[in-house]
Design a protein around this ligand. Structure first.
Ligand SMILES: *[C@@H]1O[C@H](CO)[C@@H](O)[C@H](O)[C@H]1NC(C)=O
Ligand SMILES: *[C@@H]1O[C@H](CO)[C@@H](O)[C@H](O)[C@H]1NC(C)=O
Length: 194
């Protein structure tokens, strides 16, 4: 059962994500290859979100979620943005809509993902946008250049690590905002949605 769903996930990744290497065997986690930074504002249709509504935060993220080696506990700053405008508040059980970043910086996503803002008011939702590791300001090893330098530094650039990052950020948000009873609905597009 577990094995089948893993295969299914891999199939989605390999079928829909041009940024993945297709030379991986079925039993390994697909590795990511870097693509140039791009400006989403040039590609998306903006929705009206006041920049004042968006607050930027950094979470002290663990470099490697799947090992107990000392270097695994190295951290890097992972950026996430929150729009509190519609939020039902602490202890309210109002939902969290979390947009999972993909292969680009997160900067303009609050202005381009209408689904979140369109549905936030009727649900009193907190809107969260989390940047994917190795993109934008969420880069380990201090700089993008260092992060992409060699096989050791690029080895932490994969979808399994990214999913574990998102879980850690969301747990942190639930704790700090007293939102333990808030359901989290995750949203993404293309690779980020798969
Ligand atoms: C939510 O609950 C926590 C823990 O019981 C409490 O410390 C906090 O003040 C509450 N916040 C609000 C806004 O009710
Ligand atoms: C990659 O670069 C880092 C930082 O300069 C260095 O410590 C490490 O030994 C290098 N690893 C490989 C496999 O070249």
């Amino acid at each position: 059962m577990k094995h089948h769903s893993l295969l299914f996930l891999l199939l989605i990744f390999l079928t829909y994500s041009p940024s993945f290497s297709t030379t991986q065997s079925w039993t390994t986690i697909p590795r990511m290859s870097p693509i140039p930074e791009w400006d989403p504002s040039l590609h998306d249709h903006p929705v009206a979100v006041d920049a004042e509504e968006i607050k930027s935060f950094f979470f002290k993220q663990t470099l490697d979620h799947f090992n107990y080696k000392p270097e695994s506990y190295t951290t890097f700053p992972q950026r996430y943005l929150i729009n509190f405008k519609y939020w039902g508040g602490a202890n309210s059980s109002a939902p969290i809509f979390a947009y999972l970043g993909a292969e680009s910086p997160i900067d303009n996503f609050p202005n381009s993902i209408g689904f979140l803002t369109d549905n936030a008011a009727s649900c009193n939702a907190l809107l969260v946008y989390i940047e994917h590791r190795y993109y934008g300001k969420s880069v380990p090893f201090e700089s993008r250049e260092e992060a992409l330098k060699n096989a050791s530094t690029i080895g932490y650039f994969n979808s399994a690590q990214a999913l574990a990052d998102y879980a850690a950020v969301l747990k942190h948000i639930k704790n700090t905002l007293h939102a333990q009873n808030s359901p989290v609905i995750v949203i993404g597009g293309s690779y980020g949605g798969s």
